[in-house]
Ligand binder design. Structure first.
Ligand code: DOR
Length: 310
């Protein structure tokens, strides 16, 4: 009997396929296309304590090498998420991951505390709550905070440490490929009590509008994702998962079952699907069915048989 079950920091996932933050909204639209309960989990759109309207001007561009975005963390804020989105996400009957960003340390800590308190209350009332908190220290598109947290280990340490103190929700930190040393960053997360790390967020990149003679994006740079980054992200997942003892969630350019298997063989406990959701609206259900069929064909009964074998 083939089993796709994963254990992500004590959270049981039906399978390793999680929808990445910022590519799946809060699941509402995709929920009209297929049954979300077949997924391993859903990471919410990136939240911040206060609502944000995001960046002006061009936000997304398709390029021959991948997708570029400069959304700038547009979101309705933590309170609105808790009030208007969490119930329907929980009802989708898959693991719910709240992705939390912030403009400064205080915003991260207060955002995490607010999510945590609301979830404690829900649990006391017998309601399901957020299964994992994904701390986003790696957004490349905001002036305040964002990438500057994710590239400096000591700045990031303070955020992870203080957020850890205000929540008992399993904590996963989303790492930046732009960090000077992503292995050191993952070690720091482990030392500070994070339960998992996810990597990578988008690569800081650039596109110039040659007729306007300026960057195509506000804030000069944008985040690159998609197949172009997969070999580099895979190498980073391999390095990090062999260096730390906490689970690693791999992401970057996954668009096939074979890509998922590569990430698992590199050491990932689970994976996240991002850009491919925009290319194929049925990505989630096709990849779950495809991975099950692949395992049956290859006579792999459990992902533990292949995880980290390379
Ligand atoms: O590429 C990204 N874009 N990564 C993030 O973490 C956030 C997002 C945005 O809102 O700009």
């Amino acid at each position: 009997m083939t089993s796709l079950i994963c254990n992500l920091a004590g959270v049981a996932l039906r399978n390793p396929i999680i929808m990445a933050s910022g590519t799946f909204g809060f699941g509402r639209e995709y929920g009209e296309l297929y049954d979300l309960s077949i997924l391993g989990g859903i990471a919410s759109k990136g939240l911040t304590l206060h609502p944000r309207s995001g960046n002006t001007g061009c936000r997304v561009q398709e390029t021959p090498s991948g997708m570029m975005n400069s959304v700038g963390l547009e979101n309705p804020g933590v309170a609105s998420f808790l009030e208007n989105e969490l119930d329907q996400l929980v009802a989708s009957n898959t693991a719910v991951i709240a992705n939390l960003g912030g403009a400064n340390l205080e915003e991260y800590v207060n955002g995490a505390a607010q999510i945590s308190e609301a979830c404690d209350l829900r649990q006391r009332q017998g309601q399901q709550a957020v299964d994992l908190l994904e701390l986003n220290i790696s957004c490349p598109n905001v002036k305040e905070g964002g990438i500057q947290f994710g590239v400096d280990t000591e700045v990031a340490r303070q955020i992870v440490r203080e957020v850890r103190q205000v929540t008992s929700i399993p904590l996963m930190v989303k790492l930046s490929p732009n960090a000077q040393d992503i292995v050191a960053m993952a070690h720091m997360c482990e030392q500070e009590g994070a339960d998992a790390v996810s990597l990578v967020n988008t690569f800081s990149a650039m596109k110039i509008d040659i007729y306007q003679r300026r960057s195509a994006f506000q804030n000069s740079y944008a985040g690159l994702s998609g197949p172009a980054i997969k070999p580099i992200a895979l190498r980073m997942v391999h390095q990090v998962s062999h260096a730390v003892s906490i689970p690693v969630v791999g992401m970057g350019g996954i668009s096939s079952v074979e890509d998922i298997v590569e990430y698992i063989m590199a050491g990932a406990e689970a994976v996240q699907i991002g850009t491919y959701n925009f290319v194929n609206l049925h990505a989630g259900e096709e990849l779950v069915a495809g991975l099950t069929a692949w395992m049956e064909k290859e006579k792999v009964q459990s992902l533990d048989e292949i995880r980290g074998i390379v």
